[in-house]
Design a protein. Sequence first.
Length: 64
Amino acid sequence: MSKLNQRWTPEQLLKMNEESFMVEVLDMIKFSPEIDDTDAQVNTMKQKLTLIEEMIQTRLATKK
């Protein structure tokens, strides 16, 4: 399964410890020297970053 399409429920995000959460986030980004700056790659990275932002916002909201 593609990490880009992975969705977690607020309950799943809340159950993750900090280490697991960060591993999931970093695994989604997967920065590497091979990443180029083509429009397709830029759009893919934007999608990943948007998903990561949603995950962080959800996690912060569930921690309150």
